[in-house]
Design a binder for this molecule. Structure first.
Ligand SMILES: C[S@@+](CC[C@H](N)C(=O)[O-])C[C@H]1O[C@@H](n2cnc3c(N)ncnc32)[C@H](O)[C@@H]1O
Length: 235
């Protein structure tokens, strides 16, 4: 696990201020696939290795993931963290015994994660969710994605969900951690929190829902609805 302190209110406030500049990178964009990739590359490049400049950086694994892992140690099992960002979730998965790979499309995110965790057991690499190494297809006992589906434009949602689903071994587990919208409404985005029907797309991709945890993350100025879903791939 990282030695970075958990973000406090001061960190969150600075992160919020930095977001104003980051939003400018994203303003008036078309939100197609190459533009999203360019946006993420730009965020990590201009961050200067300061996580305040990465709006989604928590510098700590998600508590829901840690709770899940406590009962599901991964001896002899393989895991993949999709779009791993700065690596905290991937590190937690590896610490619980999974042979863990993690990737992100942004090369700078991967370099940064490797620098933060020099002794890591995680196999980090730069890769694109939409063009993953062929040996990864249906390979992993556990696939985890956090804030990736919601970070990609709604018009790419089905394609994104399929790409995530394709990495899970038949009989394997998929964990999805995402913001949700309790009621459908127009969304400016990014991010684009998932509405109920979207969150349930994995039914149509051959998965069974094992558990669904709906909760809020509380910030001083707002409450952010979230879902943490465990899916099992049938077959
Ligand atoms: C909102 S961030 C979440 C990062 C990390 N999962 C976390 O929770 O901190 C979304 C991540 O998706 C990555 N990403 C975007 N498009 C991608 C793609 N096509 N393939 C792989 N990663 C991608 C971005 O570089 C970024 O790190």
């Amino acid at each position: 696990m990282s030695n970075d302190p958990r973000p406090d209110e001061d960190f969150r406030e600075k992160q919020k201020q930095a977001r104003v500049e980051i939003n400018k990178l994203d303003a008036d964009r078309v939100h197609d696939e190459p533009e999203r990739i360019a946006f993420f590359n730009a965020v990590y490049q201009r961050a200067g290795r300061d996580a305040i400049n990465v709006p989604w950086a928590d510098l700590h694994p998600k508590d829901k993931l840690l709770d899940w892992l406590k009962d599901k140690k991964g001896q002899d099992q393989t895991a993949l963290d999709i779009a791993c960002g700065l690596g905290d979730n991937a590190e937690a998965i590896a610490e619980y015994g999974y042979q863990t790979a993690a990737f992100d499309v942004a090369a700078d995110a991967i370099l940064w994660a490797k620098k933060r965790f020099p002794e890591s057991l995680v196999q980090y690499r730069q890769a694109d969710l939409f063009d993953p190494p062929s040996e990864w297809l249906e390979k992993f006992d556990l696939v985890h994605e956090c804030y990736t589906l919601q970070a990609l434009p709604p018009k790419m949602f089905e394609k994104s969900a399929r790409a995530v689903a394709n990495l899970v071994k038949p009989g394997g587990t998929l964990l999805v951690y995402t913001r949700i919208l309790p009621e459908p409404r127009e969304q400016a985005g990014p991010p684009w929190p998932l509405i109920k029907d979207q969150a349930e797309i994995f039914f149509t991709l051959g998965f069974k829902l094992v558990s669904e945890d709906i909760f809020t993350i509380d910030r001083p100025d707002r409450q952010i609805p979230h879902g943490f879903y465990e899916w099992k791939k049938m077959g």
